[in-house]
Ligand binder design. Structure first.
Ligand SMILES: *[C@@H]1O[C@H](CO)[C@@H](O)[C@H](O)[C@H]1NC(C)=O
Ligand SMILES: *[C@@H]1O[C@H](CO)[C@@H](O)[C@H](O)[C@H]1NC(C)=O
Ligand SMILES: *[C@@H]1O[C@H](CO)[C@@H](O)[C@H](O)[C@H]1NC(C)=O
Ligand SMILES: *[C@@H]1O[C@H](CO)[C@@H](O)[C@H](O)[C@H]1NC(C)=O
Length: 154
């Protein structure tokens, strides 16, 4: 019984940190044309591979993960998600360390600054200090995860 719980806990235990894009403002067209608005807000955060970027918006927006060239050109690619009435969801940085580029593909939102380049660093630890679970399930898995780490430490 205890063993089964521990095995479950190990499989459930993912030390994921959620980064909300744009902090309080969410993923939207910056109020004025501010190239680099999202790049600046991402620049001072140390974002490790394996974590999740959380995109939240009201109104009509989309997000697409693109190449540097598509980011530079605001290419009208097929987005990963597009909504006209708001949405929130996560994007897992599963490609390892390196640059990740995101744009909104609606109208000229990207040209107006709704684009972001993130320099993702290699995973260094299993610390989950800034964990913020998005749901009850997340809270449960945090508890299980914390318990697993507790067991491992003893
Ligand atoms: C979306 O609108 C709601 C209600 O006005 C607001 O509380 C929330 O902060 C908004 N979210 C974003 C990402 O702008
Ligand atoms: C946008 O630009 C206008 C005019 O330059 C300025 O008055 C306003 O404060 C700016 N808004 C933001 C959020 O930067
Ligand atoms: C990021 O850090 C630099 C240097 O410390 C600072 O000048 C800049 O204002 C910071 N940017 C943000 C968005 O906090
Ligand atoms: C990303 O960050 C690493 C470590 O700080 C740095 O060595 C690298 O040059 C950065 N890459 C880009 C494209 O800025």
């Amino acid at each position: 019984m205890t063993l089964a719980l521990v095995v479950l806990a190990f499989t459930e235990c993912e030390a994921v940190t959620y980064y909300t894009v744009g902090d309080g403002r969410g993923w939207t067209t910056p109020p004025n044309i501010t190239a680099g608005f999202y790049d600046d807000s991402a620049a001072n955060k140390s974002i490790e591979a394996g974590n999740v970027l959380r995109f939240e918006f009201n109104g009509t927006h989309s997000f697409a993960a693109v190449s540097k060239k598509e980011y530079d050109n605001c290419a009208k690619v097929s987005p990963i998600y597009k909504a006209s009435t708001g949405w929130s969801g996560g994007y897992k940085l599963s490609r390892g360390a390196g640059m990740y580029f995101f744009i909104c593909t609606i109208d000229s939102h990207c040209e107006a600054g709704q684009k972001m380049a993130v320099n993702v660093t290699a995973t260094t630890s299993a610390s989950f200090a800034t964990w913020s679970p998005p749901s009850t399930l997340g809270a449960l898995s945090t508890a299980v995860c914390a318990f697993t780490l507790f067991l491992r430490g003893h």
